[in-house]
Ligand binder design. Structure first.
Ligand code: ADP
Ligand code: TRP
Length: 322
């Protein structure tokens, strides 16, 4: 049995790229009986950028509702909100006092953000230590993340190993599990789908708004009767991700035959999205209308996580003489 843990930033509503690239693979991983899965919403990390309380609450609810709607089972997964366990911020302080300044100053993600953001706060600088605390607090053995988080995990391992070296066995040094070939789902403009590019497809939107996003997918200007290349078309790329092999082959033939317009392809894509996500959309609406059910699921997760967090903190406090 491996304890697998990962965090999700609640930086906005979850789009098709998040669902196919992160949510569904994580849920699949949590269904493997060899794993004990911990999934949490990293709302303290979001405070480095989102300062508005109402917006943070909205993002938290929509993110949790999306995960539950996509099939996360809170009985199988320890699903919780980072800030519900303040043990995490206490451990962050202890770890801070063992983190060499240059380790954080040289982190790629901090350098990137500090060059590009107007609000460069100390929380942004300390982001990797809070992340180490998320991981070490729960004795996580495997931490699956995308490539961009690799350095943060190396920092976590370094902190765990050097603390153990100095004080004896205290932390589990986690394995880094980087998914190299995470598929990059294209957005409506052909770039990687991302909240920050405004090119998302939000499958949880009401039908009319969803239709507007799908109809807005950029294509070339080949006229209706012209022969089209499926392999260079964003609409086809998205259709292929959701369709069966025979549906994909059929659309590919239509593209190559001509007299099949991009409007037709977009309508087919919209119908497929509505069909594939029909139950998830209903569940999402249900959870958004019944936030108390979402909060109850998250509380259940926090109650399971708390005893583990308390035990780790007790070990650390004892070692440090507090
Ligand atoms: P965004 O770029 O919209 O802000 P995040 O950086 O918050 O998304 O990503 C959350 C998770 O979703 C990460 O695990 C990331 O790898 C995955 N993800 C985001 N966009 C895509 C995409 N276009 N294709 C595949 N996975 C994605
Ligand atoms: N920083 C991660 C991201 O941006 C989210 C995160 C916070 C995380 N704490 C974590 C991921 C702990 C894995 C483990 O995607």
């Amino acid at each position: 049995m491996a304890r697998v843990l990962t965090g999700i930033q609640s930086s906005g509503r979850q789009h098709l790229g998040n669902i196919l690239g992160a949510i569904l693979p994580a849920i699949q991983m949590s269904n493997d009986p060899k794993n004990e899965a911990f999934l949490f919403i990293a709302d303290l990390h979001s405070l480095t950028s989102v300062k508005d309380a109402g917006l943070r609450k909205e993002n938290l609810l929509a993110t949790a509702a999306a995960w539950l709607a996509c099939g996360l089972d809170p009985k199988k997964v320890v699903f919780y909100v980072q800030s519900d366990l303040p043990e995490c911020t206490e451990l962050t302080w202890y770890l801070n006092c063992f983190t060499p300044f240059p380790m954080l100053a040289n982190a790629h993600s901090f350098k990137d953000k500090s060059n590009n953001l107007s609000d460069v706060n100390a929380g942004l600088f300390d982001y990797p230590v809070l992340m180490a605390s998320d991981i070490l607090l729960y004795d996580a053995e495997v931490v699956p993340v995308g490539k961009d988080q690799k350095q943060h995990l190396e920092i976590t391992r370094d902190l765990a190993i050097s603390f153990n070296h100095r004080y004896g066995d205290t932390f589990v040094a986690p394995e880094v599990s980087i998914s190299e070939q995470v598929m990059a789902i294209p957005g409506t403009d052909g770039r990687k789908m991302s909240k920050s590019y405004g090119n998302v497809i939000d499958v949880f939107l009401p039908k009319k708004q969803l239709k507007k996003q799908v109809m807005g997918i950029q294509t070339d200007s080949t006229p209706l009767e012209g022969v089209k290349d499926p392999d260079s078309c964003n609409v086809f790329a998205l259709y292929e991700l959701l369709a069966t092999a025979s549906q994909t082959a059929e659309m590919s033939n239509r593209y190559r035959a001509g007299n099949y317009g991009y409007g037709h392809a977009k309508t087919a894509l919209l119908e497929l999205i509505l069909e594939e996500f029909s139950e998830a959309r209903d569940r999402f609406d249900h959870f958004m209308d019944h936030p108390e059910e979402v909060y109850a699921a998250l509380k259940q997760g926090a109650d399971k996580a708390r005893p583990i967090a308390k035990q780790t903190l007790l070990r650390v406090r004892t070692k440090l003489g507090f």
